[in-house]
Design a protein around this ligand. Structure first.
Ligand SMILES: [Fe+2]
Length: 604
């Protein structure tokens, strides 16, 4: 039996196909349309999922949608009525979309993919909870979901056992940790619903000097981690900005304009809101533990992408194990909705996973055959050589060790926002220069954030204070004490210069505070990627490489060989590997494209 899950119309639309409870395929629409965070109906992603399984729309037993649009509409309407006539304009702007598509999901699905059967709707946090628990390695676990908002809920908790999920309590709009973090994302000049990651990355530069102010003025945090926002500082109900003038006054001036210099104020604000967020999540975690008595925790919802907070929960929280859904944001709702129909609605058993998760490294997207790749490269005149299986890993590792930057595309594309070695750009972590080149010549940005390390799973505790896998780059851990170099204070230095100071053997992947967003790689989930890192270790003694997503700023991660070649040719990447084909930049024809494409790069 096939069940298709869909999430769309807010941000990060996606589709996921489940066959008899097994996840067959999942992808985000942005990868196909090349429009980052594309919220439109995921026609391409659905098409891909059906193709992967070799089925047609008629073969679907159910379609599941990850949200109850009428409840969300009710929330928007009631929120508007509480502040009317203020907010009328934004309300009128939103209305046509609601009347046109959002309230008629069933009809849209029928029209767009010709599916005439029943569409089932899960609640938004139910979908998040299902995406957190069902693919997890636990037979039994507590569940915590935290995001901006879905219908009314902004956080929920409960527990899962076997095929059953019981949600015990919800926190409701407008009291939302996700919206609080997004408000600070807006105020510090980053893009809401995508720049949250940057705000988190900025935090180690600052001191949490506004922490007490935030806790006394902006948000009232209870012992159980529930919270109340002081709405006199916000403008997100009916307004078109996240924060208002009162908020600005509290932080000594207007919001930072995007793309302008980042000052000490923004760094201190980032450190402060990050600290508050960690405190809230930690309190939530303790409360969930007390209420459920479970030793394992599953997490999803956009806030679960805050890997620094996740690391904190693991270190300072009560749970023995944590599993975080890698597509923690709304894209993962498509998976949760489909699994929820299989287990909760249809009552199908969930076999005891015995510690083995069912998401298989999140490699759930399209792959391309060697024949398709050869054909594309031949037809378009890109010279390449073919690597044989025996020397593939060694050749790639040697190039990385020489300081070359390698675009790497292999196997099925990742589901979720992080590149995990299927659509990644790889480099040498031992050199500070890697970071500079990757940022300026490849990503076309000057980032204050370090890149992430991919490390052999069994070697993690040699470098980092962590003793368990982090396959999805969703846990932050610190470089071990004995691997650190003493550091200057950095006082008076520019933000980028501070990042360039050599802190340890692997400076390109560690932050100022010695933290790293770790991806552990094991042989089972991604044997080819594992082999490259292992070969790199044989050459250099270092079981770590730099892994950043295969894209330029503002662009979705590449999906097809064509996307990969375009990104390779436009940038100063040295080498491109697609499956077993290797392309050297110096052997390629000149790239016929003006600089105009750079103007299309949107802010990310
Ligand atoms: Fe959500």
């Amino acid at each position: 039996m096939y069940i298709l899950g869909i999430s769309c119309f807010y941000h990060d639309s996606a589709a996921c196909l489940v066959r008899d409870g097994e996840i067959v395929a999942a992808a985000q629409e942005e990868r196909f349309t090349r429009k980052k965070h594309d919220p439109r109906f995921p026609e391409n992603a659905i098409g891909y999922c059906l193709e992967e399984a070799g089925i047609e729309t008629n073969d679907l037993a159910y379609v599941a949608f990850y949200d109850k649009p009428f409840l969300t509409f009710e929330r928007l309407l009631l929120s508007y009525l509480t502040i009317a006539p203020k907010g009328l304009r934004s309300w009128l702007e939103a209305l046509p979309a609601w009347l046109g598509q959002k309230l008629h999901v069933q009809k849209v699905i029928e029209q767009r993919i010709g599916y005439e059967g029943n569409v089932l709707f899960t609640e938004h946090h139910e979908a998040h909870a299902a995406s957190a628990f069902y693919p997890s390695p636990f037979d039994e676990a507590a569940i915590l979901t935290v995001d901006g908002v879905g219908e009314w809920a902004t956080a929920s908790f409960g527990f899962g056992k076997g095929k059953d999920i019981t949600l015990l309590k919800e926190l409701h709009f407008p009291d939302s940790l996700g919206l609080l973090y997004s408000a600070f994302t807006f105020f510090t000049g980053f893009k809401v619903n995508s720049g949250e990651y940057k705000l988190m990355g900025l935090a180690p530069y600052g001191r949490p000097k506004y922490r007490d102010l935030i806790l006394s003025e902006i948000v009232d945090v209870k012992e159980d981690g529930s919270l109340r926002l002081n709405l006199t500082y916000f403008d997100f109900i009916g307004g078109r900005r996240m924060t208002n003038d009162r908020f600005a006054k509290l932080f000594g001036g207007p919001p930072r304009e995007p793309e302008t210099a980042i000052t000490a104020r923004e760094m201190d604000i980032a450190a402060s809101i990050q600290s508050v967020t960690e405190e809230i999540i930690l309190k939530m975690a303790w409360h969930v533990y007390q209420e459920t008595g479970r030793k394992n925790l599953c997490v999803a919802g956009g806030v679960a992408l805050n890997c620094v907070a996740n690391g904190r929960v693991l270190r300072d929280g009560p749970f023995e194990n944590i599993w975080i859904q890698p597509a923690a944001g709304d894209a993962g709702g498509a998976m949760g909705a489909a699994l929820s129909v299989w287990h909760r609605y249809l009552g199908n058993d969930r076999p005891n996973p015995h510690g083995h998760e069912r998401q298989g490294g999140a490699y759930l997207g399209p792959a391309f055959s060697m024949n398709a790749i050869r054909e594309y490269l031949n037809e378009n005149g890109y010279p390449y050589r073919e690597l044989d299986a025996d020397s593939r890993a060694r050749v790639i590792a040697e190039k990385i060790a020489e300081g070359k930057i390698v675009g790497y595309m292999d196997g099925r594309m990742e589901f979720g926002p992080r590149a995990l070695g299927a659509r990644s750009i790889l480099g040498d972590p031992r050199s500070v220069e890697t970071q500079r080149v990757m940022n300026l010549k490849i990503k076309y940005r000057e980032s204050f954030r370090p890149f992430a390390p991919s490390v052999l799973e069994e070697r993690i505790s040699e470098y980092f204070d962590m003793d368990r896998p982090s396959p999805y780059m969703l846990l932050v851990a610190y470089v071990r004490e004995d691997k650190r170099f003493p550091q200057l204070s950095g006082e008076g230095m520019s933000i980028l210069d501070r990042l360039k100071m050599k802190r340890c053997d692997i400076p390109a992947v560690t932050h100022l505070d010695y933290s790293a967003r770790i991806q552990t790689v094991n042989r089972k989930d991604n044997p080819n990627y594992y082999a490259i890192i292992a070969a790199f270790e044989r050459i250099t003694g270092c079981p770590v490489i730099v892994n950043t997503s295969f894209n330029v700023r503002g662009e979705p991660i590449v999906c097809t060989p064509e996307d990969a070649v375009r990104c390779f040719m436009r940038t100063e990447m040295d080498i491109l590997v697609i499956e077993n084909c290797i392309l050297y930049k110096e052997e390629q024809p000149s790239w016929e494209e003006g600089e105009e494409w750079r103007h299309d790069l949107i802010l990310d």
